[in-house]
Design a binder for this molecule. Structure first.
Ligand SMILES: [Zn+2]
Length: 241
């Protein structure tokens, strides 16, 4: 079960106003008057959030750990589950600070920051999709779940396909045959903010789904993650087989 409390994932700032003079704090030697205002959320660490949700949902018992070793062989295990959780979080735009709340609670010593939570509706959707994901037992079902969530349907050939995790180089991708206008838009976004959340130092999960054609690959899903890659080495993707 997920708990809607993510205090270490979200970075926030706030101001505290004091009225010690009027509240008599100085005479008492105890300040109880702090009043919190102007809470602002700076960033949401999606990598941390992905890991934290995975850790909450994975079975940590001895039997569970044995199962995870088998999962590794069956469908890729942890890295696949984290990839799919990351896709679910991206779909529901959890990087948007508008999807988060920072609560204020009253303590004996004035206002304190309480729970940092996701908006309730979004939390329910995330919980149920992640729960579904963790119950699926094959790579094919897991990848299809996140593709379906993202696009609302599966391409006809994908419906019947299976997937395999492989490493490719960015230079192996046939960018020329893909939608040039979409590539231009993603590249413009990259120039604007560097797609920094998908560069080689921030993002370590598989980068999407590709189709193998001859010796090259076409991107089926993951333009931002593959165009955003700035490293020299190969990265992992799911290839349709
Ligand atoms: Zn005070």
């Amino acid at each position: 079960m997920l708990e809607n409390r993510f205090n270490y994932i979200v970075d926030y700032d706030y101001d505290t106003e004091y009225s010690c003079e009027d509240s008599g704090c100085n005479e008492e030697g105890i300040c109880r008057c702090g009043h919190i205002s102007n809470i602002s959320i700076n960033t949401v660490d999606i990598t941390k959030l992905t890991n934290s949700i995975y850790e909450s949902l994975v079975d940590k018992s001895k039997a569970g750990k044995r199962q995870q070793k088998l999962n590794q062989l069956f469908y890729g295990g942890e890295v696949v589950d984290k990839y799919c959780i990351n896709r679910i979080l991206s779909h529901y735009k959890l990087h948007n600070i508008g999807n988060w709340n920072v609560d204020v609670t009253g303590g004996y010593y004035g206002d304190e920051i309480g729970d940092v939570t996701m908006n309730g509706i979004v939390f329910d959707l995330i919980s149920s999709e992640c729960q579904k994901l963790m119950e699926l037992e094959t790579l094919s079902e897991k990848i299809k779940l996140v593709l379906n969530l993202e696009y609302g349907y599966l391409l006809p050939d994908i419906e019947k396909s299976d997937f395999e995790i492989i490493n490719i180089n960015k230079s192996d991708i046939d960018f020329k045959s893909l939608n040039q206008n979409h590539i231009r838009l993603v590249n413009e976004e990259k120039e604007l903010n560097g797609l920094s959340h998908y560069n080689s130092s921030s993002y370590h999960l598989p980068r999407g789904v590709v189709r193998k054609i001859g010796n090259q690959f076409k991107i089926v899903d993951g333009f931002h993650r593959m165009i955003g890659y700035d490293g020299e080495n190969s990265f992992s993707v799911f290839v349709i087989i």
